[in-house]
Design a binder for this molecule. Sequence first.
Ligand code: SF4
Ligand code: SF4
Length: 490
Amino acid sequence: MDTQPTGTQKVIPILPQPADAAAASPAQGADDEVMVSLYAAHQKIYPRSVSGLFARWRWGMVFLTQLVFYGLPWLEWGQRQAVLFDLGARRFYVFGLVLYPQDFIYLTGILVISALSLFLFTAVAGRLWCGYACPQTVYTEIFLWIERKMEGDRSARMRRDAAPLSLDKFWRKGGKHLLWLALALWTGFTFVGYFTPIKVLGLEVVQADMGSWEVFWTFFYSLATYGNAGFMREQVCKHMCPYARFQSAMFDKDTLIVTYDTERGEPRGQRSRKADPKALNLGACVDCSLCVQVCPTGIDIRKGLQYECIGCGACADVCDTVMDRVGYPRGLIKYSTENAMTRHWTPAQTLRHVLRPRTLVYASILGTVVLAMLLSLSMRTPFKVDVVRDRGVMARIVAGGNLENVYRLQVMNATEATQNYKITVSGLKGINVSSDSMVAVESTQSRWVAVRVQLPYDAAPAGSHPIQFEITSMDSPGKLTEKSVFVVPR
Ligand code: SF4
Ligand code: SF4
């Protein structure tokens, strides 16, 4: 931890230093009291713009992820929104799929697939997610782009921040914040549009008739976007994101990470373009500091791998342009592995080591889970049934000398057409459904039905007997069996 005291701070002891205290006399101790500030003032980072291969990949991911995020809620599927999580009705629509809370297993499957993908990508190429697809990176990139358009690149922004308030500074900064706020509000609106049909939500906004939860979540998400991408930026990655802390557990010596080639770069030093670095006893690093200036977390990759590094490759891009300018080979900063650096592997050798037991295990588990989930989805019965024995109605003897139990069945239609279901019962000799055994349920709706089940009086001894309800769809293939019990009173 950086514990450098600043010149203006009052000097008081904070932490006892036993070894030093023993060496110093009491008088000396009083004189040498030093306040160790455990708080390091935040230094604002002004990332310089960068272009190159990895920047293009990152912008590609920005476009792709945002096209999906902002575009999906506007897609229609039949008469409804293609992707909608209707929490009020407890229905989740994902294109042709209609999911109920009982389909929670698929959400678990998606979480397991996400976690395994993260493990696999991290083992292969470090913090790929952080550098290219994490919402924090993506929105910071967009907000930075707006900032550059309004205030210029790094040096212009630094100069403007240091200058006193002027009309130029006011309108540029004001305009930037207005654009940030507009984007953040649109992002919040889009987010809520996944839970309330977005066209309805749009109408509610125009008519100033939004529900209180819609207002809360729109502003909460907008504020989070505005604060995280506009102000917090690298602080989120450094101090708030837990992934940065445990990522090193997923790295090994064959993980691709952004690496500075110390052997080639050192000793670093400035020189004229025509100078021979060997004659000057210099390495390839011209010490231009551009790799630090473009870094969104403000670190110097030449000091080695640091937990703050999000693996965005901006330093590699800018260093390649410097190498081009001075006429040295590219790749002083590059994606490489620890083994490749120490054993001087070629890129082909390095890539061959990507296929190692660890990544193969992750990939095969991931493939199995994805396959299992796809299979399960394709074989899924398009309706669900819950059976509850009606405890309000006791087991009783009815006309004809039969015993009767009453059940409540919830039939959930997960298709987008009205369906008819036939209910039958088995498990005891002579048991049958005495109420209407056909039930119609409208598209994507669920319906509770009371089902009376009768058994001849002497068909079973007193006690609880397991039975099965069989529910068959008459309009689409599918049959479900649900267990229950039939109670014979003494
Ligand atoms: S950009 Fe490259 S040449 Fe410039 S300081 Fe960084 S490592 Fe050295
Ligand atoms: S050190 Fe390089 S790869 Fe790491 S965050 Fe900074 S610019 Fe990105």
